[in-house]
Design a protein around this ligand. Structure first.
Ligand code: G1P
Length: 291
């Protein structure tokens, strides 16, 4: 069973300046809660019970958000604001814990994952990149389908989606004999980080959700710096794939890249119209603006 998920949150969020100058980009609000809460919720819905934040000294507000706030809870209780009290105590279900480890130097995503080596030990784990929000279909959580597939095949799972050909240089891209159907996995022939346009093996891009065996940590320890002079998770996955099957899982849901400003605005629109309390009024606002 996959019970642990690594969320690398140490990045400085330069794509999201000025908003990310003094608050972590992961704490920027999407409708009425920080972006990272959606990612944690996605993980918890897939059965994850421990969230491992790989973080930076400037990002304590992320840990604080998932911690209890005794003063606030007591004040809300005294004022009989029980709805609000429930909202803040429900952020993290009781059976889920959040631990954190520091990434002391910005050496890349692969290095960030390696920082959690001692916490994951010998067990397979998930990695969720919090820049990307994954909005599942009404009935199915893609991460949980990946976990089920991993449990059957024991092959690492890499979530992918199709992107336009001119955008392949922004992502990890997988090489597959033929593209899997949505909701299905297929064995990969290779994976490459940010290939130049015109050289990519496919248009299936790595979304930022992975199920990986513990042995990827040993691969990361031996991975030299790659694209952008950083230790790339993609390169370690390519090494793993030389040893054993690694599968690309094609997602069913929708992604929003909240690391980019326009992706963020799109997320606000989509999560806003689906919000149980604000959705109807928000749709009304959008209709007004569209006239
Ligand atoms: C990272 C990964 C890349 C993946 C992307 C998804 O890149 O290295 O393979 O496609 O996330 O968002 P980054 O966006 O951190 O440069």
């Amino acid at each position: 069973m996959i019970k642990r998920a690594i969320l690398p949150v140490a990045g400085l969020g330069t794509r999201f300046l000025p908003a990310s100058k003094s608050i972590p980009k992961e704490m920027v609000t999407v409708v009425d809660r920080p972006a990272i809460e959606y990612v944690v919720r996605e993980a918890v819905e897939a059965g994850i019970e421990q969230i491992i934040l790989v973080t930076h000294s400037s990002k304590a507000s992320i840990e604080n958000y998932f911690d209890r706030n005794f003063e606030l809870e007591t004040t809300l209780e005294q004022k009989k604001k029980f709805d609000l009290l429930k909202e803040i105590t429900d952020i993290l279900p009781k059976h889920v814990s959040v631990v954190s480890v520091r990434q002391p130097q910005p050496l890349g995503l692969g290095h960030a994952v390696l920082c959690a080596k001692d916490i994951v030990g010998d067990e397979a784990f998930a990695v969720l990149l919090p820049d990307v929000l994954v909005k599942d279909t009404a009935t199915e959580n893609d991460l949980s389908l990946m976990i089920q597939r991993f449990e059957q095949s024991q092959a690492a799972q890499i979530m992918v989606e199709a992107v336009p050909d001119h955008l392949v240089d922004q992502y990890g891209i997988v090489d597959v004999a033929s593209s899997p159907n949505e909701g299905e996995s297929t064995v990969m022939q290779g994976i490459v980080e940010k290939p130049a346009v015109g050289t990519a093996p496919s248009n299936l891009s790595v979304v930022g959700r992975y199920i990986l065996p513990a042995k990827i940590m040993a691969m990361l320890e031996n991975t030299p710096r790659g694209a952008g002079n950083e230790i790339q998770l993609t390169d370690a996955i390519a090494s793993l794939q030389q040893l054993e099957s690694v599968e690309a899982y094609r997602m069913k849901g929708q992604t929003f890249d909240c690391g980019s400003k326009i992706g963020y605005l799109k997320a606000v629109l989509h999560y806003g119209i689906d919000h149980p309390k604000l959705g109807e009024d928000f749709k009304g606002l959008i209709r007004e603006l569209a006239l």
